[in-house]
Design a protein around this ligand. Structure first.
Ligand code: ADP
Length: 993
């Protein structure tokens, strides 16, 4: 920033002379010694611009600016450090703080924005074109199409360029690193001309063989500069020294200028001349005063105009450059709002060529939906002469849409009249697209936030790690049952109750500390009930890493948790039931049954306490008989009735009285538990249930359980408890039935034993009786035989000797006596024969059936001839094992019967055959006799069983009984097949061995 003290343009010779007297008076007032400063090092950039500033051949800084500084340094206590650099590098070093001061800096508005300047100019300078003498350049138009060298980064570089452009000339600027190079390029003919300040140019142009032209521009003032905001002490000191020196013609300032041959006005005037001139001038002062004043004013005015003109040109050049390279579209209109100019960027944005945009042509390219609004708005703004702002769309020829932000302001002339409007359009298509996308995204997010079934909330993190709800979604309110104003704006502690609160806060802090998403499960009691949630907390941090917010999500897992708990609980109950069945199967008595039931239910069902109470009718109470679990003396203090009275209305009493399962879901509030509540709660019992126990369908007591949880018993659980009650009852009945069955079995065993004993006794008695009877029969038969023989013998003698002595009647009687005696004799013989069987040892030896049958048939020859009978016998008969006597009896009886029971007119035909069956021999005796009715076929083998009278067929009825008994003794058997009137066949089975 340059302080506008004095006028840098007033250092021209006449003015300086005019003020000489006054300066002389000032000189003594401000001696350099009056300046007091602290000792310090001053780093100064030195570039090559001789004679103003440069490094000489010895490497020392030299030149006008250096000498002036060196003159100030001792008085200011400065230690000067000169650092050589090229021009642009020097300026950069100044900005970077690597040097404190840069000399020979021409003032410009742009530089004023970058550096700080002191107020009093050091030198006046201007730029001069020095041309290669071969190019014959004398005026500015001759530079059109030429190449001109210029110091890179110098003020001439921009100013000259703009000036030529403003004139419409095309001159190529060739930048060079130093003025020496600039002149060198011109001297060698690489460029047509060179630009240099008058100091350097005048000092060196002849040396380089260049020609000085009359083209002069860019008058400027030269200063020391510092970086903006720094080293103002240097600038102030410089101003003080300069102001003092300028007032003294023989001051250091002029000495320095003189030394370097600079064309500054006062430097060439010896001091004494000033005194003389002063007196002469004093004489002329009055006469020439007016002239001088006028000249001065003209000079000032001319300079001002020139400066204004240059500024205008500069401004125009700037404006044109800006308009050309501007990233925004620029347009100008006349006072009526009709477009007069658009820049290339405007055309690019709108897609409309510049010529079509003029007037109101641009409106045609505006999107139809925006056209009326923009057209009317623009018309209104121009009528009201106001600035306007609006967003609207262009449709380009290719159909694409460009969103623009348009603005325009009126341009006023110094008389405050509107000369037109200038405006810009900025392409905001991308911004609009992003905005639309953002809006869509936001509305989608809002939709998700509002409608997602999971709980979402947003917290702010306040100092001291306090968390406050900023927003919650609808699901939050639905799940918790809280109202929005009970949550939003509240601290977490005010919303989430303990014990969840401590866990929640700890997890929030953990999320912030670890900078990670933290998840956990929690159970919280809200107005809507106990809620299980899977929670996620996501911390949000600002760019400094400080936690600013937390996002929370909660998935309500209440139902699945409840279902899980329920399944676990039901599984537990089933496990209980299975175990109970096992236990009951093994229980052998009632005491074991009750004890084990209580144990299993507590152990597997995880109840706090289980007990069995039985009715005691004498005291009309339920008496605990067994328990398991956490009893802690609870049962000993229990008084439970089963009648409908106060102490009978709890679960146990009611279950017994009403014969059903009774539940108490909350001991703390259930009115029927009043009497036992305190004791139960003290032991941690929260709910209870009782089921009746039956024996033979009669309720005899109850089974009661206590749980540590509220509302434990649902329908399924109730059903299972009922099942447990029934199981106990069945088991009780089973125990009773078992004891009854055991008793019956014992009775039966005893009875059987008694019966067996009796059977044995009877058998012995019977055997004894049989034996007695047998011996009696034998002895009777035997004893009867002797008197019978006497009767028979004497009656036969009587008949034989005295029959003729008797009359007819006497003979008849004596004949009957003889016949009866004979029959009696046969009977007794047969009986004795039968009785003898088995009394002697039965032999088991080979017996030839052929021989045996032959013997019998021979004995029967006479009888067969008598009755005209025929016996058929096979040629070969087998040898069997047996007793010869017994077998002879068997076959004699059978063959005699076969011939005896023949049909009256039919000669008897009997055959004896045999066949083998396994190891046995079966002998058949077949006849063609009268046959035997079926109903008698089994009976005829019994003693005395006869089917005919003695007159029809004589016999005793003992023959077949003897056959059967004989075969029984031999291990054989006998049976008959017969048809009445067709004959009979008797079968005799004989074991071969
Ligand atoms: P009995 O001395 O009467 O022959 P048995 O014991 O030998 O006594 O026979 C018993 C009865 O069986 C006989 O009275 C007879 O009626 C009947 N009986 C035995 N053998 C025959 C037969 N071969 N044909 C028909 N009847 C027979």
């Amino acid at each position: 920033m340059k302080h506008t003290q004095g006028n840098p343009g007033l250092t021209s010779q006449p003015v300086w002379a005019l003020c000489l007297c006054a300066l002389m008076l000032w000189t003594t007032a401000f001696s350099p010694g009056a300046v007091t400063s602290q000792a310090r090092t001053v780093r100064v950039g030195v570039y090559q611009n001789e004679p103003k500033i440069f490094m000489d051949q010895n490497g020392h800084a030299a030149g006008i600016f250096i000498d002036l500084l060196n003159a100030m340094a001792p008085q200011e206590g400065w230690t000067m450090v000169y650092l050589p650099c090229e021009w642009t590098a020097c300026l950069q070093a100044l900005t970077d703080g690597k040097i404190d001061l840069m000399p020979d800096v021409a003032y410009s508005v742009q530089r004023d924005a970058l550096y700080d300047f002191h107020h009093t100019p050091v030198l006046e300078s201007w730029s001069v074109i020095y041309a290669n003498p071969n190019r014959s350049i004398n005026n500015i138009s001759q530079l059109d199409g030429r190449r001109v060298a210029v110091l890179n980064g110098s003020i001439q570089q921009t100013d000259f360029g703009q000036m030529m452009t403003g004139y419409g000339f095309k001159t190529t600027l060739v930048p060079a690193a130093s003025l020496d190079q600039v002149f060198d390029l011109a001297a060698k003919g690489s460029v047509d001309a060179a630009i240099a300040n008058n100091f350097f140019g005048d000092y060196f142009y002849q040396k380089y063989g260049l020609a000085k032209t009359t083209i002069v521009f860019d008058p400027t003032t030269l200063y020391y500069a510092t970086a903006q905001g720094r080293n103002h002490d240097l600038l102030n000191a410089i101003d003080l020294h300069l102001n003092q020196w300028l007032q003294q013609p023989n001051s250091t300032y002029y000495t320095v200028l003189k030394r370097w041959g600079a064309q500054q006005p006062a430097a060439r005037v010896p001091q004494y001349i000033f005194w003389v001139t002063g007196i002469v001038l004093g004489l002329f002062l009055a006469a020439a005063g007016m002239v001088i004043l006028l000249r001065r004013q003209v000079g000032v005015r001319t300079r001002k105009l020139e400066q204004a003109n240059a500024e205008l040109q500069e401004s125009q050049a700037h404006y044109q450059t800006l308009a050309r390279i501007s990233p925004v579209g620029i347009f100008r209109t006349d006072p009526n709002g009709a477009t007069t100019y658009v820049n290339p960027q405007w055309c690019q944005i709108s897609g409309l060529p510049a010529e079509q945009a003029l007037g109101n042509g641009w409106l045609a390219a505006v999107h139809p939906d925006d056209r009326d609004r923009i057209g009317n708005g623009w018309q209104q703004s121009t009528q009201l002469q106001k600035a306007s702002y609006s967003d609207y769309r262009f449709i380009r020829p290719d159909g694409s849409v460009a969103w623009v932000m348009g603005q325009a302001v009126p341009e006023l002339n110094p008389e405050n009249q509107i000369t037109g409007y200038v405006g810009t359009i900025t392409d905001i298509t991308e911004r609009k697209r992003v905005e639309a996308a953002l809006q869509a995204s936001e509305s989608q997010l809002s939709l998700i936030y509002a409608n997602i079934s999971d709980v979402l909330f947003y917290l702010s993190v306040e100092p001291g790690q306090r968390f406050r709800f900023l927003s919650v979604n609808a699901a939050f309110l639905a799940v918790t049952g809280l109202k929005r104003d009970q949550v939003v704006g509240k601290l977490v502690q005010e919303v989430i109750p303990e014990p969840s609160q401590s866990m929640v806060l700890a997890n929030y802090k953990k999320a912030i500390r670890t900078k990670k998403v933290v998840s956990w499960e929690e159970i919280t009691e809200y107005p809507a009930g106990k809620k299980f949630g899977a929670v996620y907390a996501i911390p949000i941090f600002d760019s400094d890493g400080n936690a600013t917010n937390l996002i929370g999500t909660v998935h309500d897992i209440t139902e699945s948790k409840q279902a899980e708990a329920r399944i676990l609980h039901i599984n537990r109950l089933y496990a209980t039931l299975i175990q109970l069945n096992q236990t009951i199967m093994e229980a052998s008595d009632r005491e074991t049954l009750f004890r084990e039931t209580c144990r299993v239910v507590v152990e597997y069902g995880q109840f706090r306490l289980a007990w069995v109470g039985l009715i005691d009718q004498t005291i009309q109470c339920v008496v605990p008989v067994d328990f398991a679990g956490d009893e802690q003396g609870y049962l000993s203090g229990l008084s439970i009735a089963y009648q409908d009275e106060e102490s009978g209305r709890g679960p146990t009493g009611t279950a017994i009285r009403e014969g059903r399962c009774v539940l108490c879901q909350d001991i703390a509030t259930d009115p029927t538990m009043e009497q036992w509540r305190a004791d139960a709660l003290q032991r941690g019992f929260r709910s209870s249930a009782a089921v009746p126990i039956r024996q033979a369908s009669q309720v005899i007591g109850a089974f009661t359980v206590y749980a540590g949880e509220l509302h434990l018993f649902d329908a399924e659980e109730e059903a299972l408890l009922v099942k447990i009650g029934q199981t106990i009852s069945y088991a009780l009945d089973g125990l009773i039935n078992e004891s009854q069955r055991c008793q019956a079995e014992a009775d039966l065993k005893q009875l059987n034993a008694e019966l067996e004993l009796r059977v044995k006794d009877r058998t012995l008695q019977l055997e004894a009786a049989n034996k007695e009877l047998e011996s009696f029969s034998y002895s009777v038969s035997h004893d009867l035989r002797a008197p019978l023989r006497a009767i028979s013998g004497f009656s036969e003698i009587l008949a034989r000797r005295h029959r003729l002595d008797l009359n007819e009647e006497g003979r008849h009687y004596i004949d009957n006596i003889v016949q009866a005696s004979q029959r009696m004799g046969h009977l007794i013989d047969d009986l004795l024969s039968y009785a003898r069987l088995g009394r002697t040892m039965v032999r088991h030896e080979p017996v030839s059936l052929a021989g045996l049958v032959d013997e019998i048939s021979r004995n029967m020859q006479a009888y067969l001839a008598e009755i005209n009978g025929a016996l058929s016998i096979p040629e070969a008969l087998p040898v069997v094992t047996g007793d010869h006597t017994l077998l002879s009896q068997v076959f004699t009886n059978l063959l005699e019967n076969a011939f005896k029971y023949h049909q009256p007119a039919v000669p008897p035909q009997v055959s004896l055959t045999y066949y083998r069956e396994g190891r046995d021999v079966v002998v058949k005796v077949s006849d063609n006799g009268i046959g035997i009715p079926p109903e008698y076929q089994a009976k005829i083998f019994s003693m005395f069983q006869r089917l005919h009278t003695e007159e029809e067929y004589p016999g005793t009825g003992i023959g077949l009984a003897t056959v059967r008994k004989s075969l029984a003794l031999l291990g054989g058997s006998v049976w008959v097949e017969s048809k009445e009137g067709q004959g009979s066949t008797f079968f005799v089975r004989l074991p071969k061995e």
